[in-house]
Design a protein around this ligand. Structure first.
Ligand SMILES: [Zn+2]
Length: 153
């Protein structure tokens, strides 16, 4: 605390958003939409295969390496390691092929999910850019050092 601190804007406590319930709801709806269209089920019921996959996804999501602020599973680079290769493939296929139906049935949810996926894409892009910038800076620094050494001789 300095004497100036009262002139500074108060820092807001960081809000930690729990993304899991929303994503679980989204995935559950998406599975429903997909299974009803492709496997002839209706209501809250899913076929055994979809039920099993959904159960796996829900369990694994609770153990996400990112915790509750996780990115969405269908954009995560670790989906293979998390769900297992085959399950990740089936999961991604369901999420993709149900997308257009989700826009019709649950537009708000679909929109929120789209925003989330843009967010993940942006984060990945930014991460890559940062890495590039870091590598560049390293190179420059090495060059400058080499130059300095030459000038000293
Ligand atoms: Zn099904």
């Amino acid at each position: 605390m300095s004497i100036f601190s009262r002139f500074l804007p108060k820092r807001k406590p960081v809000e930690i958003k729990n993304n899991i319930p929303k994503e679980k709801a989204n995935i559950r709806k998406t599975f429903g939409v997909y299974c009803h269209a492709h496997h002839g089920t209706s209501g809250d019921k899913l076929c055994p295969k979809c039920t099993a996959l959904l159960a796996t996804v829900m369990t694994k999501m609770g153990r996400c390496r990112y915790g509750i602020t996780k990115p969405i599973c269908d954009r995560c680079q670790f989906a293979d390691q998390c769900f297992g290769v085959n399950q990740a493939r089936d999961f991604l296929r369901i999420m993709q092929s149900a997308q257009s139906r989700m826009w019709l049935r649950h537009p708000v949810m679909a929109f929120k999910h789209k925003m989330a996926s843009w967010g993940v894409d942006y984060a990945y892009m930014k991460h890559e850019k940062d890495l590039e910038a870091k590598a560049k800076a390293k190179n420059e620094a090495a060059k400058n050092r080499a130059k300095d050494r030459k000038n000293k001789k």
